[in-house]
Ligand binder design. Structure first.
Ligand code: HEC
Ligand code: HEC
Length: 493
């Protein structure tokens, strides 16, 4: 492995230089050296800072993405007419919902997104807390996943060709057996994924809609609703929206308004959310001042193996998209209702649920880290509210869980089994480490180094993400037809 040797050399060089220069040296010289070290290390791992290179991605201005935006914001896609995709994936909330665990149908205030979004304790099926068992990932940059979507990868490209996001071969979904292509999955991972939120009772379907039906009957019912065959929507102008979006001005509702076309348009909208123009990329492109020296030190730690004095992060968060798209046990806090696993159903076995492979128990997909400072809370169940806590967890999971303070969570979130469930994940992690099957090598970092890693993570945010006027292109304005008057106009606490 030539690259590894280069990396090792650079790191040793870096360490030697840093300790030799110390604090007394001329700061310009030190910075120049640091810049060179970081760039050489990045080079040795083939990084450019830009994961979008060589990909054909839709523009938000394209008619199909505009149709996708109309659909993404419409509560008409939920069985209960009160929840839209955007309820949990808002452009102003980092493409997520800013909650540890999502709150879907029958929220007290359906248009209130983010903190404060709760279920009525009086409502049926609910006891107040979030009913969705996992954290909503950001929709930003999902176009760069080539292998899997979801925390457990249950939407999976079967050929995993780099750069194609599942377009190369078949895609497995929850509608098909493990390892088998779903013939209805559509052309890419995002299209395949968009078939499922509407079928989830907690997210969008509700508990009465097509109560005896399967996933297909839910989607068929929604499509016929948009076509106007089932009268649920007032002033329905979806046909006009689909004709414009799919650029077929004379086609019929039967041809245009199908769930396949709904999913493809939703994917187009999400795949247009390319937000990769961050300071780290600018630094790699040559702008020395794009990131501070603490972030540069953080980068050295991030991309250097533990054995060579680094933090070893890039052994899993690798490449310009910061993920190997593999599944690892890191034992982040298991809070909330769980996925029905374990002794009392409050556990979440992660990838094991799909593969049945004992090693995969408690394993979750390595998430990408672009814009990560703006996509918290973090972890598959959203247990961590600060990046520092997430970093410290990786360095010593058992200690982090032992010290985990549940008072940071909304009291509506179930935590009684947190220690027991996460304890089993920690034991499994230890077993994998003992068997040489884990890449989570403990690194002993001091407080400054932890802050440096956090500074590096902060350098991965595209300024557009935190600038409402920039994100506005992904939010429908009044000029864009609201085909069912059920557009979600978000309120924030
Ligand atoms: C009630 C909240 C909620 C709603 C509504 C919702 N989602 Fe999600 N979304 C989630 C959660 C939670 C996950 C993670 C689930 C998992 O991994 O098991 C997720 C996962 C995803 C992912 C996978 C991202 C990744 O990194 O793998 C995409 C894409 C996505 N949702 C798009 C959509 C679309 C499109 C809609 C509307 C059709 C939608 N979501 C509606 C909560 C929601
Ligand atoms: C063994 C592989 C592995 C290594 C090494 C690793 N991570 Fe992770 N990381 C993961 C996995 C898997 C998750 C998701 C865990 C979950 O959802 O429960 C994760 C989650 C995260 C998150 C939260 C992202 C989110 O969207 O929720 C951050 C931030 C993060 N890692 C940063 C780091 C840093 C910094 C390092 C180095 C100190 C590091 N990781 C090392 C596998 C790894």
């Amino acid at each position: 492995m030539k690259h590894n040797n280069d990396t090792k050399l650079m790191t040793l060089l870096a360490a030697a230089l840093l300790s030799a220069c110390g604090g007394e040296s001329d700061s310009t010289t030190t910075d120049t050296t640091l810049d060179q070290q970081v760039r050489a290390l990045a080079d040795s791992q083939g990084l450019t800072g830009d994961p979008s290179q060589g990909r054909a991605l839709p523009s938000i201005e394209s008619p199909q993405a505009q149709l996708g935006m109309q659909l993404f914001f419409s509560k008409g896609l939920s069985g209960t007419l009160d929840t839209a995709c955007v309820s949990c994936h808002h452009p102003f909330l980092g493409g997520g919902d800013d909650l540890p665990l999502s709150v879907g149908v029958e929220a007290d205030l359906p248009d209130l997104l983010g903190p404060g979004r709760l279920h009525s304790s009086a409502g049926h099926h609910f006891d107040g807390g979030p009913t969705v068992p996992r954290n909503a990932p950001s929709t930003f940059n999902i176009a760069f996943y080539d292998d899997v979507l979801f925390h457990d990868g249950r939407v999976e490209s079967l050929d995993k060709t780099p750069g194609l996001s599942g377009a190369g071969g078949g895609i497995r979904t929850p509608d098909s057996p493990f390892g088998v292509a779903d013939p209805t999955a559509g052309g890419n991972l995002a299209t395949a994924q968009a078939r499922f939120p509407v079928t989830s009772k907690e997210e969008m379907r509700g508990f009465e809609f097509e109560a005896d039906g399967d996933n297909t009957s839910v989607r068929d019912h929604l499509a016929s609703r948009l076509r106007g065959e089932v009268v649920a929507l007032s002033g329905n102008t979806w046909l006009e929206a689909f004709r414009t979006g799919l650029e077929q001005p004379a086609a019929s509702a039967e041809t245009l308004i199908t769930y396949d076309n709904v999913a493809a348009a939703l994917a187009s909208y999400q795949n247009s959310q390319v937000l990769v123009d961050n300071p780290w990329r600018a630094f790699l492109a040559g702008d020395d001042d794009a990131i501070g020296s603490d972030a540069k030190q953080g980068a050295l730690l991030f991309f250097t193996e533990v054995a060579d004095g680094g933090a070893g992060c890039s052994s899993c968060h690798q490449g310009d998209f910061f993920t190997d798209e593999q599944f690892h046990v890191v034992a982040m806090p298991q809070i909330g209702r769980g996925k029905g696993d374990g002794v009392d159903g409050t556990d979440d076995f992660g990838r094991f649920r799909e593969t049945g492979n004992p090693d995969d128990r408690y394993a979750f997909r390595t998430p990408h880290l672009l814009n990560v400072a703006d996509t918290g809370p973090w972890g598959h169940a959203g247990g961590y509210g600060s990046l520092e806590a997430v970093v410290r967890h990786h360095l010593n999971p058992r200690q982090a869980i032992a010290r985990y303070d549940t008072s940071q969570l909304d009291p509506s979130i179930q935590v009684s089994n947190l220690q027991a469930n996460t304890g089993r994940a920690l034991d499994h992690l230890d077993a994998l480490l003992a068997a040489g099957k884990s890449k989570l090598v403990a690194a002993a970092l001091d407080d400054d180094q932890v802050q440096q890693l956090v500074a590096f993570l902060n350098a991965l945010t595209d300024p557009c993400v935190t600038t409402p006027s920039c994100m506005a292109q992904w939010i429908p304005d009044d000029a864009l037809l609201d085909p069912d008057s059920l557009r979600l106009h978000a309120e924030f606490q």
